[in-house]
Design a protein around this ligand. Structure first.
Ligand code: MN
Ligand code: MN
Length: 459
């Protein structure tokens, strides 16, 4: 139901909905605790899809209504579909989110020593406030690929007995110079070195602390210093999602943006009770936080190739035009989080037009910056259609924009999908302190996001 005044919708929930909300949020928290990188989100999503009866698309020669398939790209980007009663060439319904999140990556040659400490040299990923990342326990995840192709998985910092890592900060007693700087200049990217050791190797001739770490990497993980040059290692906050507030009405976690919407789409697709009229598709993509670039980002041919793979399995010999028609006749919810109005920062607020907690997922008609530059603007006819879909299904929703005009801006994968001529609307869960190491969402909004995507697939 429309929530024009963004009133707290908690009282509108039925008893059954409250129970479902609790179960859904527990399931989501489990996923979020595992999915600390895009690779881990992918692996967990494939595990869930497999358990729900989805099969690799490559193993299916023909597709009929009700078939459940998925297709992945390099263990990072995922396409899953439930085939509908109507042909794919007549258009599909897409819920597309992303599973990468702001973080700190290791440089290609990361290992270094200075002043008796060993460090990993880093290069941050996505829009971070760098001061958020210092003086906090951090975990290390990723893969190291050896020259013979063997892949070593790294996951350190979240098991109870694991060590953690830290980026140090100057103490306030001697932080006068730092405090006099602008926040944007007080924490240079090059100073975000990750502390990983302090004990020297007595047998080494120089860089003794670093050499001790080299020995440890070799003995514990079977990797050499050179192996780190073919690796993707990501530094993320150590710890898992938790209930937030005495009333436990919210969830704090790393990477809500955008695993909260990605998971909602995935779960909505897996939970479809009946064969949908239109084929339902979920996209979990990578690299959104740096502009959807690269082969695993949405600005690639992965999505259209995946649609072509569906079409050809329904219409053998169908040409390129069938794929183009399918793309143009499709519609999409760009499933990405939005900023929630924060009473502590009223100057960022767009009165009456910014999402509030406990008022449901928010449609964002357009994103962009300044005069909507870079936006994909959803047309009124599509929003009108969706209003009915959500209202008929009892979904609590709100609509607005990202924040106050000329205070900043942002973008999602919406414009890359709109390129095909399909209708696309941004709609996702409101967050407090988006892109911080720990982000907050309300449980009601978390649950209603799932309900909105489920209604979209079923309608
Ligand atoms: Mn996002
Ligand atoms: Mn983001």
């Amino acid at each position: 139901m429309r929530n024009l005044n963004r009133e707290d919708a908690t009282a509108l929930l039925s008893d059954a909905e409250r129970v479902e909300m609790g179960e859904y949020c527990d399931t989501y928290k489990r996923f979020l605790g595992i999915a600390k990188t895009e690779r881990r989100a992918y692996a967990e999503a494939v595990r869930l899809l497999t358990a729900a009866g989805f099969r690799p698309l490559a193993e299916c020669e023909v597709l009929k209504p009700g078939d459940k398939v998925y297709r992945g790209y390099h263990g990072k980007t995922l396409f899953a579909a439930v085939i509908g009663n109507q042909p794919v060439a007549d258009g599909v319904r897409v819920v597309g989110g992303h599973t990468d999140a702001p973080r700190i990556d290791l440089k290609p040659v990361p290992l270094t020593e200075k002043g008796g400490f060993a460090y990993f040299d880093t290069h941050y990923y996505g829009g971070v406030k760098k001061f958020h990342w210092v003086a906090h326990p951090l975990a290390l995840y990723g893969v190291v690929v050896k020259a013979d192709g063997k892949v070593v998985e790294i996951a350190i910092g979240d098991e109870p007995d694991d060590p953690v890592f830290m980026i140090s900060d100057v103490l306030p007693h001697f932080g006068k110079d730092q405090a006099a700087k602008k926040v944007s200049e007080a924490f240079p990217g090059e100073s975000l070195d990750l502390l990983i050791g302090s004990v020297p190797d007595p047998e080494a001739e120089k860089d003794k602390v670093k050499q001790n770490i080299v020995k440890l990497l070799e003995s514990k993980y079977g990797i050499s210093e050179e192996d780190l040059t073919s690796a993707e290692l990501e530094i993320v906050p150590a710890g898992g999602p938790r209930d937030l507030g005495l009333d436990r009405s919210m969830i704090v976690g790393y990477g809500h943006d955008d695993r909260i919407c990605a998971f909602a789409g995935l779960k909505a697709l897996m939970d479809l009770k009946q064969i949908p009229e239109r084929t339902g598709v979920v996209l979990l993509c990578d690299k959104e936080e740096i502009g959807s670039v690269g082969a695993s980002g949405m600005n690639s041919t992965f999505f259209e190739n995946s649609i072509a793979e569906l079409v050809v399995r329904q219409q053998p010999g169908a040409g390129d035009i069938a794929v183009r028609r399918a793309l143009e006749a499709s519609c999409m919810l760009s499933a990405d989080v939005c900023a929630a109005s924060d009473p502590n920062f009223p100057t960022a607020d767009s009165p009456n037009n910014m999402a509030k907690f406990n008022a449901g997922p928010s449609m964002i008609k357009y994103t962009g910056a300044g005069g909507k530059s870079g936006a994909s603007d959803a047309r009124a006819e599509f929003i009108g259609r969706l209003r009915k879909v959500f209202d008929d299904d009892g979904v609590v929703w709100q609509i607005g924009e990202l924040g106050q005009v000329e205070k900043g801006g942002g973008g999602t994968i919406a414009k890359f999908m709109a390129y095909y001529g399909m209708d696309v609307l941004d709609m996702g869960t409101p967050l407090l302190n988006m892109h911080a190491p720990w982000e907050a969402a309300s449980k009601l909004d978390t649950y209603m996001t799932y309900r909105a995507y489920r209604a979209f697939f079923s309608a």
